[in-house]
Design a protein around this ligand. Structure first.
Ligand code: NAD
Ligand code: UDP
Length: 349
């Protein structure tokens, strides 16, 4: 069977870098398009090292998705079997202050990509959606049938793109689209060579926790301890990033089946963990005491969010393998080996 070419937008980023590694190891060729706005070439180098004999099956094109002529050129030179679309801006707070930046980057980037795909007859897509499209659900676990509601511009870009995908499929049944609603990806590759390296102030719990553990920040601010949860802190469904990466391989296999249409799947573990439970697991994994500052609720935060994983298990034959202790172990391994992320190696290339 011929090797399949997969275009991976945003492939230098956190989830993208873990996914391209799993793709290479599974025998795919991966072509990354990334403008490196929130990522580093070092991640691509490290993936190549980890991929060993498959390293030559990976290439990086430093291109912004909104640059249609460049994207056209790429599609004219390579026949892609499918596209995995990660590229986008993802900071909720920033999206509230700079909505046009988010609508421009995420929506125009996606529309440009879809236009070029259609023009070149590449109609298989896996898209990174998010549990944020459930808003504040009335109950948990969230099933894919729950009503959708975005609570900020970032979330609206995910919701709009989902709707665009559904419309495209209704207009042209040749499209096969899988929308993956991620819950909370954390952790790093067990090698400690690739992981999350956010530019600037970390918005999410685990990168912040990790920066406290390596001494880059004095304390973790806990946003709210008066929720109706096990210990008053917010509950989320944390998922190991390698499990999440494998979910994309499962989605690609699904795209090979007939009559896929435009389908949506939650990717999570189905288990909820509170902020304090996560802190305690991370302290155990790292042997570090994490200083905490209790603060008020973060505006817009849901109280409890975790996934129903039944549909993904049944139809994608995918199930998360790693637990919270594995996630914290691998997050710490990455952090202690790379306390400043890819930065120290960046200047060398
Ligand atoms: P990331 O920022 O690490 O990766 C995104 C990548 O896209 C970066 O490398 C960035 O440089 C690139 N990019 C952004 N805009 C681009 C453009 N216009 N053209 C080309 N490249 C561009 O983020 P991530 O955590 O890996 O997330 C990947 C996707 O998954 C995003 O769409 C995000 O919204 C979604 N998602 C992430 C999470 C999470 O918690 N990390 C949760 C749910 C959904
Ligand atoms: N959180 C926190 N301090 C931080 C960052 C996050 O207490 O510095 C809490 C947040 O309120 C939520 C949980 O950790 O209950 C997960 O937050 P994150 O931003 O990682 O994910 P999201 O809220 O987008 O699911």
């Amino acid at each position: 069977m011929a090797t399949k070419n997969i275009l991976v937008t945003g492939g230098a980023g956190y989830i993208g870098s873990h996914t391209i590694l799993q793709l290479l190891l599974a025998g795919f060729k991966a072509v990354v398009v990334d403008n490196l706005d929130n990522s580093s070439k070092v991640a691509i180098q490290r993936v190549k090292e980890l991929a060993g004999e498959y390293r030559s099956n990976l290439s990086l094109h430093q291109v912004d998705l909104r640059d249609k002529p460049k994207l056209e050129q790429l599609f004219a030179s390579i026949r892609f079997d499918a596209v995995i679309h990660f590229a986008g801006l993802k900071a909720v707070g920033e999206s509230v202050h700079k909505p046009l930046l988010y609508y421009n980057n995420n929506l125009i980037g996606t529309i440009t990509l879809l236009e070029v795909m259609a023009a070149h007859g590449c109609k298989k897509l896996v898209f990174s959606s998010s549990a944020t499209v459930y808003g504040w659900p009335k109950e948990v676990p969230c099933t894919e049938k729950f009503p959708l509601a975005a609570t900020n511009p970032y979330g609206r870009t995910k919701l709009f793109i989902e709707e665009i995908c559904r419309d495209i499929f209704h207009s042209d049944s040749e499209w096969k689209i899988i929308l993956l609603r991620y819950f909370n990806p954390v952790g790093a590759h067990p090698s400690g060579q690739i992981g999350e390296d956010p530019r600037g102030f970390p918005n999410n719990l685990m990168p912040f926790l990790q920066q406290v553990a390596v001494g880059r920040r004095p304390a973790l601010t806990v946003f709210g301890n008066d929720y109706n949860t096990v210990d008053g802190t917010g509950v989320r469904d944390y998922l190991h990033v390698v499990d999440l990466a494998d979910g994309h391989i499962a989605a690609l296999s699904k795209l090979d089946e007939t009559n896929i249409g435009c389908e949506v799947y939650n990717l999570g573990t189905g288990k909820g963990t509170s902020v304090l439970e996560m802190v305690s697991a991370f302290e155990k994994a790292s042997g570090k005491k994490i200083s905490l500052v209790m603060a008020g609720r973060r505006p817009g935060d849901a109280e409890i969010l975790y996934a129903s994983t039944e549909k993904a298990e049944r139809e994608l034959h995918w199930k998360a393998r790693y637990g919270i202790d594995d996630m914290c172990r691998d997050q710490w391994n990455w952090a202690r080996k790379n306390p400043y992320g890819y930065e120290s190696q960046e200047s060398a290339i």
